[in-house]
Design a binder for this molecule. Structure first.
Ligand SMILES: [Zn+2]
Ligand SMILES: [Zn+2]
Ligand SMILES: [Zn+2]
Length: 267
């Protein structure tokens, strides 16, 4: 069993099955995501070994003495309505077998991770993708307990459990909130797409070193400056496209060879 400083007790149990590089990824998530640690504390307060109902979940009776049954220390009986119930009623642990409790914590951590649902259930320690989906549903109410201004993620990235908008991303063109992930190959800098205006963008421009365009470059037709670099051809010339008039052009056109056409060549 690994023991690592700065990690909670359940962490090494929940992720004991991971290879060292995956374990390093989940530990980094734990250290870099404050909202993850906050929600984990909320789960800790609901853990069956600690959680006690202050009122009866059936009748709301308060202040009575709970009778624990003899067989199961976690079972209680309300003396007002006579119903018996466990500590886990109304918590994410309700009817989850004790051996799966670490996977419930594991599911919480992978919500911040870069995995797809197909990969994530193994990382989380679940038995299959269905169990991961079930645990995600159980954890959802915890997020509603967070204050409205809570930042869910330390920085916007592709994350399994959160939409771009939940991470604070708005469309760079129209300000819309309906943003989806378009490409997640580079999960730290995914391509987002706006469902409202179809604009696709990254938050960290990967070709920023080519900008701004040289002042002298203008569209030969409309003299516009709304230009895109399209590609560099085999002669090393930069091709541009004008967004206003759709003209494609190069800045240094190839010199017309004297032997080609023109009518003025040697006879
Ligand atoms: Zn009751
Ligand atoms: Zn948009
Ligand atoms: Zn133009």
């Amino acid at each position: 069993m690994r023991t690592v400083d700065g990690l909670p007790d359940w962490f090494c149990v929940a992720f004991a099955h991971l290879a060292p590089d995956d374990f390093a990824t989940v530990s980094a998530l734990w250290k870099s995501e404050p909202a993850l640690r906050t929600v984990a504390l909320l789960i800790d307060t609901l853990h069956p070994s600690r959680h006690r109902h202050t009122r009866c979940p059936c009748c709301g009776h308060v202040g009575a003495r709970w009778h624990s049954s003899y067989s199961d220390a976690m079972r209680n009986r309300c003396e007002a309505c006579g119903k018996s119930f466990t500590n886990t009623v109304g918590t994410p642990f309700f009817r989850v077998h004790e051996r799966n409790w670490p996977a419930l914590y594991g599911t919480l951590v992978v919500l911040w991770g870069p995995w797809t649902p197909v990969q994530a259930w193994r990382i989380a320690g679940c038995t299959d993708a269905k169990q991961l989906a079930d645990f995600r549903r159980r954890l959802a109410p915890l997020f509603e307990q967070l204050p409205d201004d809570t930042l869910l993620a330390s920085r916007a990235a592709y994350r399994l459990g959160f939409t771009p908008n939940q991470q604070g991303v708005l469309c760079l063109r129209c300000g819309g909130r309906d943003i989806v992930y378009r490409k997640r190959g580079n999960h730290a800098n995914p391509t987002f797409a706006c469902l409202n205006c179809r604009y696709q963008f990254q938050l960290h421009a990967s070709r920023r070193h080519m900008l701004p365009l040289d002042e002298s470059v203008r569209c030969p037709d409309c003299s516009g400056r709304a230009l895109n670099r399209s590609f560099i051809d085999t002669c090393g010339r930069q091709h541009y496209r004008c967004r206003d008039c759709k003209r494609n052009f190069v800045t240094q056109p190839r010199k017309r060879h004297p032997s080609q056409g023109g009518g003025l060549g040697v006879q």
